[in-house]
Write a protein that binds this ligand. Structure first.
Ligand code: HEC
Ligand code: HEC
Length: 270
């Protein structure tokens, strides 16, 4: 009896975990109008500007064409696009990549180094403090040390090896319209900044980035792309197109020399 009850509970909780929760189940970050009108609020507004327009407000530290919000969608609010309100209370956290416990400041440094193909701002940089203040504000009333629903990226399961040939077809039919046949994105008419960000090439994230891991990128794509039609690709299709993007060329991994970026194995593969 107890065993059967346990099994039912197990199956129930498993199905809750396997089905992404409905939008109403996610944490709601505060509204922009509620940013306080004081020094703290000024810092929040500045941090938000850096987050959504890193090209302008964070340009000292950026060497590609991206903004933080190109991947952390909806200004860092979108569930399953690594939202900031879910990240905030998870730090300090142990990370394999760094082989140590990292703070939120250090975690952000890594996105500058790899996702923005740039330079990590030092820990006392005002821009970094502004970003953390923005994240603190977004996380108002969020719990600390909890895996919140919508945290990180959606879980996916592969039923076969991903195929770059399938990925090529998916890319051309479902992604190229916005990101370009050549994957290099589309700039605004005035030539400043991207309307549709590049997925590979010199203005994209580098080989050391989380988005350069086939699995991570597929998990992002699954829930969020094609833009406005998230969750329409199957898990296998998301992996196919992620693999296709992975085999393209992009900036070097800054942790390795020029030579080892050419002859060494490329990080992030399937
Ligand atoms: C090219 C896409 C991309 C861009 C641009 C980007 N990030 Fe990220 N970011 C990621 C990915 C992917 C992860 C998760 C990587 C992993 O841990 O595997 C991540 C993780 C994070 C995390 C930790 C989230 C968590 O839940 O633990 C923070 C904080 C963060 N990024 C901040 C930033 C900031 C600030 C910027 C702009 C300066 C930025 N990111 C730009 C892709 C991006
Ligand atoms: C309707 C236009 C559109 C389509 C179609 C589309 N995307 Fe995107 N994509 C965007 C926009 C816009 C962003 C940046 C979102 C933002 O800044 O809010 C983005 C961001 C991304 C990113 C993260 C940012 C970067 O430059 O690396 C990836 C990866 C991505 N898209 C992959 C895909 C894939 C794969 C497909 C096809 C399955 C696809 N997209 C289809 C518009 C589109």
């Amino acid at each position: 009896m107890c065993f059967v009850g346990g099994m039912i509970l197990f199956l129930l909780s498993w199905s809750v975990w396997a089905e992404p929760p409905m939008p109403g189940d996610y944490f709601t970050a505060p509204n922009l109008e509620d940013i306080p009108d004081d020094k703290y609020g000024d810092m929040v507004r500045w941090g938000r500007n850096i987050f959504i327009n890193t090209q302008e407000y964070g340009k000292r530290y950026v060497r590609n064409g991206l903004n933080c919000s190109n991947c952390h969608l909806a200004e860092g609010r979108q569930p399953y696009a690594a939202p900031m309100w879910a990240a905030y209370g998870k730090y300090p956290m142990y990370r394999n990549k760094n082989r140590s416990v990292v703070t939120l400041h250090e975690r952000i440094q890594d996105c500058f180094k790899y996702s923005m193909n740039g330079i990590a701002p030092t820990l006392d940089t005002p821009e970094l403090e502004a970003l953390v203040t923005y994240m603190h504000w977004l996380s108002k009333k969020a719990p600390i040390g909890v895996n919140m629903p919508g945290w990180g990226f959606v879980p996916i399961t592969a039923s076969r090896e991903p195929s770059a040939i399938n990925g090529d077809i998916i890319y051309r039919t479902q992604c190229a319209l916005c990101h370009g046949q050549d994957g290099k994105g589309q700039k605004f008419k005035d030539g400043v900044g991207y309307m549709f960000p590049p997925l590979w090439g010199p203005d994209s994230f580098n080989r050391g980035a989380g988005m350069n891991k086939v699995r991570t990128s597929a998990r992002f794509i699954k829930a969020n792309m094609p833009l406005g039609a998230g969750n329409t690709l199957t898990d296998d299709q998301a992996l196919d197109v992620a693999l296709y993007i992975w085999i393209q060329s992009r900036p070097d991994d800054p942790r390795k020399s020029w030579f080892f970026n050419r002859v060494g194995s490329k990080p992030g593969g399937w």
